[in-house]
Write a protein that binds this ligand. Structure first.
Ligand code: ADP
Ligand code: MG
Length: 388
């Protein structure tokens, strides 16, 4: 694992990446711009990261032959999504440097393990919840958990694998519809806002948090991120402190995102963690001295972190497949000189699929937000009604 005492992997060497999505694509670009060669392991052809990587191994993450090939080529391997089998990471770790490690990834993969870890190990509050393994667990759940959100413990993302349930009957129906896989039943909370913090940690003496982002979701998918978050400095500090605590308790090496819920009265709850760069940290590419992806590459290579200083207020909006059903007026959109376009090279613009993002920079957060809202309105107006 990378630490201050691990030898530096010099530019020119190969770095490996499990997963070929957009997070991997932006990691690949950042690593390449520092002179590294990147090999992506992903089962699908035309993977966004595979397209830009120096090489792609097209195979399953559990394929031993493919892992062997990756380990023999690369001095270090990282991941861009949390659902890679933790034992693939453990297997690789016996052969080359791996960050983050299998332990941290396995906690983030399971909402039950994650919530218990936050509460018991980190002393942090989460939303009230119950573990649901059987239909009887729903009968036994506290009344106060309703209205609740039933979430599959593993493999959920972008609001998939979760359902709002008003009572036990609806919870039982939802649980059956989810094929009775292990779930958590969380109390549905009146959120004042959602915020997140991205941590970069090379070792315990080289660790930094990016400025807190404020996140707005639509249909369970991140729609817009405002950085810095419009919250008190006390709340932002508490969020950064909690994120550092989690990274420290995990002895985490790499880039980690912590999502929080904020309730009235600035009550801060941990929602979930992601053991990788995060959608709410995309603003760092254009608004910070060092992006979250460059930090991931630096940590893997055993190099010091870059500055996380934010030099410009920013608002990021996601571009989903919905708005690309029709070609946006790119010229008009980019006629604003502080707008930065990032598209991930995905050919099929499915509804709800993340196709790219736009970062709007401004002299103030308000100015950036105004630009973002104008662009959002333009994109939505251009999209056909059927795609809404
Ligand atoms: P995912 O893995 O899909 O991101 P999350 O648990 O983060 O799953 O849920 C996605 C979004 O759904 C959250 O960011 C929040 O907007 C909403 N949400 C989830 N759980 C709750 C809850 N208990 N109360 C209110 N809103 C919630
Ligand atoms: Mg989430």
């Amino acid at each position: 694992m990378a630490s201050a005492s691990s030898p530096v992997i010099s530019p020119g060497a190969w770095l490996g990446l499990l997963g070929g999505g957009q997070l991997g694509r932006m990691f690949t670009m950042a690593a390449q711009s520092m002179g590294y060669q990147v090999c992506v392991l992903d089962p699908s052809r035309n993977a966004p990261a595979g397209m830009v990587a120096n090489r792609q191994i097209c195979a399953d993450y559990a394929d031993r032959g493919a892992l062997e090939e990756l380990a023999s080529l690369c001095r270090g391997v990282t991941t861009e999504f949390e659902n890679v089998p933790a034992d693939a990471l453990a297997w690789l770790a016996a052969r080359c440097r791996v960050s983050p490690d299998a332990h941290a990834v396995s906690i983030a993969q399971d909402r039950m393990a994650e919530k218990a870890f936050m509460r018991d190990r980190c002393g942090l509050q989460t939303a009230p919840y119950a573990e649901i393994r059987t239909a009887q667990d729903i009968d036994a759940a506290e009344d106060t958990l309703f209205t609740g959100v039933l979430k599959v413990a593993r493999l959920g993302y972008d609001g998939k694998g979760q359902r709002t349930v008003a009572n036990r009957r609806e919870a039982a129906q939802a649980f059956a519809a989810m094929r009775s896989v292990p779930c958590v039943l969380e109390k549905h909370l009146a959120l004042e806002r959602e915020i997140s913090v991205v941590v970069a940690r090379r070792d315990k003496s080289d660790v930094a948090t990016f400025p807190t982002a404020e996140n707005q979701h639509a249909n369970g998918i991140l729609d817009l991120s405002i950085a810095p978050a419009r919250v008190s400095s006390d709340l932002a500090q508490r969020a950064r402190g909690a994120a550092l605590r989690i990274a420290g308790e995990l002895d985490y090496l790499g880039v980690l995102c912590v999502e929080f819920f904020v309730l009235a009265g600035d009550i801060l709850l941990v929602n979930e963690i992601a053991p990788r760069p995060h959608n709410s940290g995309h603003y760092t590419i254009n608004a910070c001295v060092t992006s979250q992806f460059e930090q991931q590459a630096r940590i893997l290579a055993g190099l010091p972190l870059g500055s996380v200083e934010q030099h410009t207020p920013a608002v990021m909006i996601n571009i989903l497949g919905d708005v690309l059903q029709r070609e946006p007026d790119w010229e008009r959109l980019l006629s604003r000189p502080r707008v930065k376009l990032h598209l991930y090279g995905k050919t099929e613009a499915r509804q709800g699929r993340k196709m790219g993002h736009i970062t709007c920079l401004g002299r103030s957060v308000d100015e950036a937000l105004e630009t973002a809202q104008a662009i959002r309105a333009e994109l939505t107006a251009a999209a056909p009604v059927t795609a809404a």
